[in-house]
Design a protein around this ligand. Structure first.
Ligand code: FMN
Length: 241
């Protein structure tokens, strides 16, 4: 036993549910919007409709999943990006329920992309508009070196055709779960990463999940405050080399 519990063990204890004590934490205001929608972006791209039937066999896909860290220089298709977005955050029942499970169906994680090489698409930073299945361009340019630097110089992020970055709007989950939300946003992100990797295999693409990153640098790249909206997880995707 350590005499002074680490911040990690304090977090675990203070966000634990027990029959006798429920976790407290700050009171978060209710009414966080279920989607982040940018009023203004540089440009929109309507995404092709995703396929919702057919595709690769599940067991073969699971058996083939592996982390891929080296990617070919060829671009990937916009339709593939559309399919990956749908397989993770796409609406699959009305305008609320999505492809991935989420605690309380609150979906706190927003999807951002670093687009390096995608056909019929700009190069730059983008945000996925879930409700309209479209991408909004936030900044145009080559950000491959920036995202790799923010991911502790992991070359997979430079080589990737596209890097997915999920950032949690904490209030969206905390309005219901208080500090336990900090568990759920990470659990939710794990589902997103898993769906994305399987969907990538099904499309003949490779991917690697990235949990090692400089939080402040990833937040700054996408213009997030890093407190109310926090980077949680990334996945680099491309054609395996
Ligand atoms: C939460 C999490 C974080 C990870 N972070 C990184 C990372 O930052 N860089 C990396 O190269 N791989 C990362 N990985 C990939 C693991 O190293 C990989 O899944 C593991 O070695 C098993 O190999 P496999 O995915 O090929 O089965 C991460 C995986 C998970 C689940």
């Amino acid at each position: 036993m350590v005499e002074h519990p680490s911040i990690g063990s304090q977090f675990q204890a203070q966000t634990s549910y027990s029959r006798y004590q429920m976790p407290g934490g700050p009171v978060w205001t209710r009414g966080a919007p279920p989607y982040k929608e940018y009023a203004e972006v540089l440009q929109w791209i309507e995404l092709p409709s995703p396929a919702v039937s057919g595709g690769a066999a599940l067991w073969e896909t699971v058996a083939a999943r592996r982390s891929i860290r080296h990617f070919a220089p060829q671009p990937i298709e916009l339709a593939q990006v559309s399919q990956l977005l749908w397989a993770t955050q796409g609406l699959t029942a009305g305008d609320r329920l999505r492809a991935c499970a989420s605690a309380g169906a609150l979906y706190p994680n927003e999807t951002y992309l670093v687009i390096n090489r995608v056909t019929d698409c700009w190069q730059g930073l983008a945000h996925y508009d879930v409700r309209n299945h479209r991408l909004g361009l936030l900044a145009e340019g080559d950000f491959s070196a920036d995202i790799a630097a923010a991911c502790m110089d992991q070359s997979a992020a430079t080589q990737a055709a596209v890097v997915f970055m999920w950032a949690a709007v904490v209030q969206r989950c905390a309005q219901k779960y208080a500090d336990r939300a900090y568990r759920y946003i990470h659990l939710d992100a794990g589902h997103l990463g898993a769906h994305l990797q399987l969907a990538a295999v099904a499309l003949g693409l490779g991917s690697v999940n990235v949990g090692a990153f400089y939080d402040d640098e990833v937040a700054a790249l996408f213009g997030l405050d890093g407190q109310f909206e926090i980077p949680v997880y990334l996945t680099a995707v491309g054609k395996p080399s």
